[in-house]
Design a protein around this ligand. Structure first.
Ligand SMILES: [Zn+2]
Length: 130
């Protein structure tokens, strides 16, 4: 696993896209407790340590929870309905993301295997592994 120093995040745009570089999901791992997170932070949310390194996160995972969004915010108006899901990645990092193809409860289940999909849209987009 490649480790490098994480550059500080300064703008909302930097923050929103920090996890997506060169087709990879880039997160952070805490040196003290090895907790992995997808969002860029200055301290580990679990133990408070400031020693964090950039890591490539797994791009496949499992749906742990979801809800179908029928009344979305402006950025997602053309995509509704869609599923907003809590996904446990294969390396145990837990992220939230959305599945545009899941239009109702019939299209998604807890335990479904999903794959992250690079996109120009905001948020982490996942699709079911078939
Ligand atoms: Zn920690």
């Amino acid at each position: 696993m490649a480790e490098s120093e994480v550059k500080p995040v300064y703008s909302i745009s930097d923050f929103e896209h920090a996890y997506q570089e060169d087709g990879k999901l880039v997160g952070q791992e805490c040196h003290a407790c090895h907790h992995r997170i997808a969002t860029q932070v200055l301290r580990c949310p679990k133990c408070g340590s400031p020693k964090l390194s950039a890591v490539d996160l797994a791009t496949t995972g499992t749906v742990r929870s979801f809800s179908i969004q029928n009344v979305p915010s402006d950025e997602f108006l053309n995509d509704a309905p869609y599923a907003y899901a809590l996904i446990e990645l294969a390396d145990k990092a837990v992220v939230s993301g959305w599945l545009p193809e899941a239009k109702s409860e019939k299209d998604i289940s807890i335990g479904d295997k999903v794959q992250w999909k690079k996109s120009y849209k905001v948020g982490m987009i996942f699709e079911k592994v078939r």
